[in-house]
Design a protein around this ligand. Structure first.
Ligand SMILES: [Zn+2]
Length: 82
């Protein structure tokens, strides 16, 4: 890898730059892991939103069932009266 301050080439395990003494911070790796974590978080958010959408749909269906039940009973009653 290269020093981010002076651009000198150095070993991957070096903690300080040999030419300028700049402390080596693994910016690339850190950003990669951050990106990976961000992706994971985004995926989790998306899956959560999908879940919530699915749950909302289920709730809507349940509500429709609740609303339809009395109607069905009324229909059954009407049919029985016939
Ligand atoms: Zn340097």
């Amino acid at each position: 890898m290269y020093c981010r301050k002076c651009g000198a080439k150095m070993s991957d395990t070096a903690r300080f730059c040999d030419s300028c003494g700049e402390e080596v911070k693994k910016v690339r790796q850190r950003s990669d892991t951050q990106k990976y974590e961000e992706r994971k978080i985004e995926d989790a958010k998306q899956s959560k939103s999908k879940k919530s959408k699915h749950e909302k749909a289920l709730e809507e269906l349940k509500e429709l069932e609740r609303r339809n039940r009395p109607i069905r009973r009324e229909l059954l009653k009407a049919l029985e009266e016939f």
